[in-house]
Design a protein around this ligand. Sequence first.
Ligand SMILES: Nc1ncnc2c1ncn2[C@@H]1O[C@H](COP(=O)(O)OP(=O)(O)O)[C@@H](O)[C@H]1O
Ligand SMILES: O=C(O)[C@@H](O)C(=O)COP(=O)(O)O
Length: 420
Amino acid sequence: MKLGVIADDYTGATDAASFIVKNGLSTVQFNGVPEGDMSSHLKSTEAIVIGQKTRALPPESAVIASLNALEWLKKQGCEHIFFKYCSTFDSTEQGNIGPVTDALLDALNSDFTVVCPALPVNGRTVYQGYLFVHDVLLNESGMRNHPLTPMRDASLLRLMDSQSAGRSTLLPFGIVEQGHMACVEESLKARSGGGRYLVCDALNEMHLDTLGAAFCNLPLATGGSGLAGAIAKALSVSSELPFEVAAFTPYKPDFGLVVSGSCSEMTNQQVEAYQSIAPSFKVDVEKCLNENRYFMEVAEWVLENKNQRVFPMVYATVPPGELAEIQKKHGNKASSAIEQMFHLLISHLKLMGLGAVVSAGGETSGTVTQAFDLDGVRIGREIAPGVPWVQSFDGTVSLALKSGNFGDRDFFITAQESME
Ligand SMILES: Nc1ncnc2c1ncn2[C@@H]1O[C@H](COP(=O)(O)OP(=O)(O)O)[C@@H](O)[C@H]1O
Ligand SMILES: O=C(O)[C@@H](O)C(=O)COP(=O)(O)O
């Protein structure tokens, strides 16, 4: 097994898996650390991705979950480990990117890794250690208003140093441009000078490929799906298996649903666009907080509106002003109550034959995936960069787990049109 990936959310896991498959390694994704014998799913597999919902947990819990994942991946013989976090470095001052990276390094008896969330195809670039989202710094992007992990700084060195035990240094793009040997040399200098995390500039795919070639042999690398894909590309050079892109297309079931819990700028646009063509239900936050059985009211609406040309949509997505008011009144309790409602809703609807969900938002997708209680998924056709269709091993459930910021305005309909 060449590569084991620990992803801090489920959209991030499918994102990474999609890029790894595209770059030549056959890949299986598990939702959480698998229990029982998974060997039948691992025949001819070169990369394993474990998706977990650890991004917004207290750091201690995220560390324990990530170390469990590492132990399992090592048992499967994974030679290299990749810690996948968000291309917008979603975290708080406490973590969890720093604490999890430190714990993984210690467990791997290593003292050095790379940090690179760049994903140029989706507009995330790193320049002089600063993270850009398209043409603005991270802290000027919509991420400054994120409900759980508002990003108020764009310096990856500062962000990493504030939440970890060690010290960051920079691999500037001028050296990345000189090629992978120059990067390796620079990393040796950084390491001998006491640097623990090498923050890598990357403005385009070529830079990522260079970083992949330079750092594919580290025990641990960390970053976004761009670097995960580049490392897979470097590792796949020695692959003995025939290259095969797992691009199955799922069937469109009679009963599908769009669930949107992201409040990102892009998801707000996607919800607005989809509302004009599909039956839509806006979640009542007060009811999520105060009525245990509110999910039944939502389920009833869904069941009345299924079997249409397009999937009905249940959404909690609100624009920044409305979100700020809700958070002022309820803090993070509102977010948890909404997630809990989505969990109960999906758990109920799966018994009614729900066969596909297009889900927007990382935490939201974690909730949806956990409610289906699937061991893992196989990776299918890409709908947009970083968002593949995935399907349960038994083929009964198809999911499109969309990161809040990914996809274009028409994503919800494009996803359905891409089914057979
Ligand atoms: N109207 C709302 N008020 C408060 N919190 C909300 C609202 N709608 C969604 N949320 C919460 O915001 C969080 C969004 O996170 P997530 O699903 O990861 O989206 P993203 O991918 O944009 O980060 C979730 O915890 C969700 O429950
Ligand atoms: O790296 C990315 O941008 C995504 O894979 C991801 O992790 C997104 O997180 P959410 O926006 O919370 O879905």
